[in-house]
Design a protein around this ligand. Structure first.
Ligand code: FAD
Length: 451
């Protein structure tokens, strides 16, 4: 399997994921095929996920610039076509309390507003583009796995209310009955904004909109080499070369460490996997997730899950470390065991889909959107840490703005800084393995304490 720390780019041998979304989505939209021959363009975008497609749409629609997208495989082949489907007020993986401590309340509030705008951007896009992506009603719960996590959720409610001025609401274990069942339901934090959808249909809607405004989307066109002379970049693909003055890099967790020296080791690609069950019986629905809201838990290595419209359970989390190891059946079993521990009524249910993808985690676990220093007109965004459905689309519009010569003004000052390079990138996987061991041990300790 493609591993960004090992391989130079996703090549044609990389298969499509065994994803539920591919099964329930209509045929892929038309695209512009593979680059053939040499061409010169104003703006080229590397990567055809939400970030790249949103930048292409915004450039064409809002700035009159008809960019091209160079996608290694097919449109939304990366995270955007295979994610857990939650569009939330989220981006990165820093608890709000830590964010306030590090950056202060004003910056934290500005960041929250930027994220909120991200969700509004997606709502508006779905409405204006008339994108049929099976959008569900709003509602998100962060659910206390162990009884002693409930207090932390109550503190978080206060922070949301007092500092972020957002009406999050703590719901006690009794209030969760009929919403989230099972032995790991010890109260929850309810966030009124955020919804699930079919992520592949959303990406394909974005793709169609971008093309209808004049963007061109070239598939099976991996950038295999990148040369810069003066202010011109030459992006080499297997069957043609693109000369361009402005480049947007939207490869996020799929960024190979070999794409460009300046970009290398700025994000750690972290593998996230999902299983989807066979349809649940009515009794199983009632005993697991009667509500269709977006759910995630409070474990150190958290699980995210939802009931799909056809009453299957989608259940995701992190376990595999490298691409070479990602297909090992024990990772599938790990998710199955976690799901049936949470919802014993699902013991024995069949698994019909199992797939994974690479999310991008920066050293400070926060996203970025900046002009790359020393490379001229090169702009990039990413680092959503597995929480990028809405924010990647939002930052795509900011990349378009920057490539069109405007500034991205934001009170969340950290967003526009180049992420620190990971030190000793050859030891990244070892560090990650040790972090997972530590988090598993912590979760196991808490489980034992909880009895
Ligand atoms: C299993 C899983 C579950 C997730 N669940 C959620 C969720 O529920 N909610 C949420 O908010 N977020 C979730 N995410 C994260 C979210 O999907 C991403 O943050 C978002 O899709 C990022 O979009 P992107 O366009 O930046 O990157 P991607 O969609 O990953 O696109 C990058 C693209 O770049 C292409 N590429 C790479 N190298 C090259 C090259 N050299 N030349 C050309 N093209 C190249 C790749 O083929 C890829 O298509 C999840 C991710 C995964 C993997």
């Amino acid at each position: 399997m493609y591993d960004p720390l090992v391989h130079p780019f996703p090549d044609r041998k990389q298969p499509d994921p065994d994803s539920y979304w591919l099964k329930v989505s209509e045929n892929a939209p038309d695209d512009d095929g593979a680059i053939a021959g040499d061409m010169s363009v104003d703006v080229a975008i590397i990567g055809g996920g939400y970030t790249g497609l949103s930048a292409a749409l915004s450039l064409a629609r809002d700035h009159g610039i008809k960019a091209i997208v160079l996608e290694a495989r097919s449109s939304a082949w990366g995270c955007s076509g295979r994610n857990g489907s939650f569009a939330r007020i989220s981006g990165g993986r820093v608890p709000w309390s830590s964010l306030v401590k590090t950056y202060g309340s004003d910056v934290a509030r500005a960041y929250f507003q930027e994220l909120k705008q991200g969700l509004d951007t997606v709502r508006e896009l779905i409405a204006t583009g008339d994108i049929a992506c099976d959008k569900q009603p709003d509602g998100v719960y962060k659910v206390a796995t162990f009884a002693n996590h409930a207090q932390a959720l109550q503190r978080e409610e206060k922070l949301y209310n007092d500092v972020l001025r957002y009406p999050a609401r703590y719901v006690d274990a009794g209030g969760l009955r009929g919403v989230h069942e099972g032995p790991e339901s010890h109260g929850g934090l309810y966030l009124p904004d955020g919804f699930s959808l079919n992520p592949l249909k959303l990406a394909r809607g974005l793709h169609r909109m971008a093309r209808s405004h004049g963007a061109r989307i070239f598939t099976n066109s991996p950038v295999t080499d990148w040369k810069t002379q003066g202010d011109t970049h030459r992006l080499v693909t297997p069957n043609g070369t693109v000369s361009v003055k402005r480049v947007i890099v939207a490869t996020n967790g799929y960024t190979s460490s070999q794409l460009h020296a300046r970009l290398s080791a700025r994000v750690l690609p972290v593998h996230s996997q999902i299983i989807v069950t066979a349809p649940m019986s009515d009794a199983q629905v009632k005993a697991s997730l009667p509500s269709g809201d977006c759910m995630f838990d409070t474990r150190g290595l958290l699980f995210y899950y939802r009931r799909l419209p056809d009453n299957r359970m989608l259940f995701g989390g992190r376990s595999a470390i490298s691409g070479a190891d990602a297909a090992a059946p024990r990772h599938r079993q790990y998710l199955y065991d976690a799901m049936t521990r949470k919802f014993p009524a699902l013991a024995g249910i069949g698994i019909e889909h199992w797939w994974g993808g690479w999310v991008a985690v920066t050293q400070n676990s926060l996203p970025f959107c900046y002009q790359v220093p020393g490379l001229g007109n090169v702009f990039t965004a990413g680092g959503y840490a597995g929480s990028g459905v809405s924010f990647s689309i939002h930052l795509g519009t900011k990349l378009a703005m920057m490539a069109a010569g405007q500034r991205f003004e934001t009170g969340a000052s950290f967003l526009t800084r180049e992420p620190t390079r990971y030190p000793l990138s050859q030891f990244l996987r070892l560090g990650q393995w040790m972090a997972y061991r530590w988090l598993h041990a912590k979760d196991a300790r808490e489980a034992r304490k909880a009895g």
